[in-house]
Structure formats: C-alpha cells, structure tokens
Design a protein around this ligand. Structure first.
Ligand code: FAD
Length: 388
C-alpha cells in the first residue's frame, strides 16, 4: 500500500505534520516510530507561548492547557547572581513529554492517521532516479509513500545536511518534595554554564526537573570534553543545595544533545522533507525545540499538500524559505543573547529592573531573544512585576 505521506518519528514535529495533514483532509498518512506510546523523552517539557500558539492552530491548545502545569512567573538569575521576576500569567506551561507526545499521537490517530510503533527506520527507499519513495526498517520491512517526512530528531539518520553539527549538551534530573514558589520556573545564567543556562521547571506542585545546557563544542568547533556530571553537581549544590537536602531524586540523570543551526537548509530532497530537530531547527541560546518542531511540521504539511497538487519544486522551495523567514531573526537573536550573557549587561539590567520603562524594554528584548520570535505589544503590556 502507498500512503500520501509516511512520517518517520512521532515526536512533536512528526505528530504536528500528521495533525496538520489530517486537518487539511489528508488522512492517508502513516506515522512511524521505533517506540510505543506513551514513552519518555529527555526534555525540560517547557511549552513557550509560541508553542501554545501552534498548538491552538492544531486544535489541541485547550486540551494541553487543561493538563499542563501553568507557569505564572519566570525567575531569571543573572551571571552575577541578581534576580529578575518576569510575569508569565500562564502564557507558558510545562507538560511532561511522556504525556504531551502521547496526547498529540492520540489526537492524530483520532483524526484518521495510522500509527505504527516498533518500526525502527534504517534506510530511505529510492527509485531509479534517486527519488525517495519509502522507508525500510532495520528488520527489512518496507513502507511506501508519495512523500516521506523525516522527523527522527537530533540523531536523525536521514539528515543530509553536510555542515558540521553544532549542538548543545544537556544533563538533567527529576525531583519530588522540592520546595519552590508554585508556578515559577527558573532560568539561571550561572557563569559555570555560560553562555547557556541552567533551569528548574516545575511539572506539578511537587515534582520539578532541573538541568543544565552547555555548548557542545569548544571555541575551535571541536567536541567539548567538559565533565558534564561534575558541572551539573556543582550547579545543583550552588543554586539548589538547600532545597535538594529535603527533596527525593526520581530516577537517574539523563542527557541528550540539542542540535541547532542558524540558517535552515538541506532539508528537502525529491520525494522527501526533513523537519524539526532532524533539520536542526532549535533555538541556539535556550535549547527550545518543541515549538520549532511543530511549526516545521505544519510547514511540511502545507508543502506536501501543495506537492500533491502537482508543484513539488515550488512547494519545496517555499518550505525552505518559510523556515528562514520564521526562524532566522530569532536564531540570530539567540547568538546575540549568548554574547550578552558573557558581559556584565544582564547584571546591569537587573539592577535597573524596578524602573517600569526599563522593565518593558527588558521584557520585549529578553522575551524576544528567549522565544526566538518577537514579543507582541499585548504580551509586553500584560507584564507586571509580581508582588514580592
Ligand atoms: C535535556 C533537554 C531539555 C529540553 N527542554 C526543552 C524544553 O523545555 N522546551 C522545548 O521546547 N524544547 C526542549 N528541548 C528540545 C526538544 O526536546 C526537541 O528539540 C524536540 O523534541 C524536537 O522535536 P522533534 O519532533 O523534531 O524530535 P523528537 O522529539 O526527538 O522526536 C523524534 C521521534 O523520532 C523517533 N525516532 C528516532 N529515530 C527513529 C528511527 N530510526 N525510526 C523510527 N523512529 C525514530 C523517536 O522515537 C522520537 O519519537 C530539550 C531537549 C533536551 C535534550
């Protein structure tokens, strides 16, 4: 049997593509994953305002908000140890990836998309002209589609991007009985992990995840040999030593790379598209990748719909430029944020943060840099300094 689209990978990118295709009336779609659902994914599980906007467009925003943990404020700790509290007013949420990905998969199948788990894709099948026409699993099973969407994440075996991989290294853990301000997440620009940051994201009133991200490469582009476990332990001791004395760790620490690019490219081939983290579409300063993957999935669905109507070349070209228009400014903003973090600027801003006009500018600039997109006037106006 040949499907209109075969999607490899049922993370947020692949399921957003499946959902978006289904909402366009295209349900002859096969969604493949090596894992069964629900399954775990190493992730902070933070859904930004942009992620919620994409989820609204996919028709699942309200369902996610109803199940997720709402973030009411963000505590930013500067490299010099100063604090800024940014109100979020539930504009962002945290939802454990095990539950979030499962929700998206279930919604896609409820709209008619076929899900096949336990399928470990190993190779793209091509016709004599080199056009992708299907995918073969490690154990030799074959699935055919008019289009194959590769959404297999950071370790994509299909990515054909020849540029050296740039990545962020991460290490994180989960704790319960951890004492924190309800509804508050932390972004800690600790000098040890500069120019990136450490985080504390609450998943429920009692359970949090804490992690660090550091550059995966040294200045010369070589893989960083920093001893991540030691860096994480001293981050935990320094930033959360008191709370962790009472808290109980759940499971082991886990790490996973986050692959990024600044200029989206090498994400099309005859008969196939690469999307989400398989196309390196994540934010280089925050490591955010869920909203980008979902947006990328929506762009892919749009491109497949146009290609099925006969204009693959034009659709593939538009697909690349849609990504560039949507993400490049934000990714450049990420590099700017990395540069700022290395200077005393954030500490200076934190000193002036009580001034309302400074606060509005900070919310606009920092919000845009963190989100990788521009912050709207309404979002800026909604920001109040929460009562101490
Ligand atoms: C520690 C950490 C914390 C993070 N925190 C956040 C955060 O708080 N917020 C945020 O927005 N982003 C965060 N990210 C980034 C985010 O997790 C990813 O960018 C995002 O999941 C990418 O989505 P995706 O759909 O492209 O790929 P993935 O979510 O990686 O999904 C890929 C899917 O493909 C499947 N797959 C892979 N290979 C094969 C194969 N060969 N055959 C079949 N199936 C296959 C996998 O099983 C998986 O289901 C974090 C990342 C890390 C590592």
């Amino acid at each position: 049997m040949s499907y209109d689209a075969v999607i490899v990978g049922a993370g947020p990118g692949g399921t957003a593509a499946a959902l978006s295709l289904a909402r366009r009336g295209l349900t002859n779609v096969l969604l493949l994953d090596r894992d069964g659902f629900p399954r775990d994914k190493t992730c902070g599980s933070g859904l930004s305002p942009t992620a919620l906007t994409v989820l609204d467009e996919l028709g699942v925003g309200d369902e996610v908000r109803a199940q997720a943990y709402p973030i009411m404020q963000v505590r930013v700790v500067t490299p010099g140890g100063r604090e800024m509290i940014l109100a979020s007013n539930a504009a962002a949420v945290v939802m454990l990836r095990r539950e979030f990905d499962y929700l998206l998969v279930q919604r896609a199948t409820s709209l008619g998309v076929k899900l096949e788990t336990g399928f470990r894709a190993n190779e793209l099948i091509k016709d004599g002209s080199g056009r992708v026409i299907g995918v073969r699993s490690l154990d030799g099973q074959e699935r055919y589609g008019k289009y194959v969407l590769c959404a297999d994440g950071a370790h994509s075996i299909f990515s054909k991007d020849p540029r050296p991989k740039r990545s962020i290294s991460t290490l994180m853990g989960w704790w319960e009985n951890f004492d924190f301000t309800p509804g508050q997440l932390d972004m800690v620009f600790d000098p040890e992990v500069s120019p990136l940051y450490g985080w504390m994201f609450p998943e429920t009133n009692d359970r949090v995840n804490i992690g660090i991200c550091v550059d995966g490469q040294d200045d010369d582009g070589q893989k960083s040999m920093r001893p991540l476990r030691g860096v994480f332990q001293s981050f935990l001791d320094r930033q959360y030593g008191t709370q962790l004395k009472k808290a109980r760790q759940l499971g082991k620490w886990k790490g996973h790379p986050i692959v990024y690019t600044t200029w989206v490219g090498h994400c099309t081939a005859p008969g196939s598209l690469f999307l989400g983290e398989a196309a390196r579409i994540t934010h280089n300063a925050t490591g955010e990748g869920i909203s980008q993957a979902m947006q990328s999935g929506v762009f892919a669905a749009e491109a497949v719909q146009a290609a099925l109507q006969g204009d693959e070349k034009g659709a593939w070209n538009r697909y690349v430029w849609q990504h560039r228009r949507r993400f490049t400014a934000g990714f450049l903003g990420g590099h700017a944020l990395r540069a700022v973090v290395k200077t005393p600027l954030l500490d200076g801003v934190a000193r002036l943060y009580n001034n309302p006009s400074v606060r509005k500018t900070v919310v606009r600039l920092l919000g845009s840099a963190l989100a990788g997109t521009s912050v709207t006037d309404a979002q800026v106006d909604s920001v109040q300094r929460p009562a101490a």
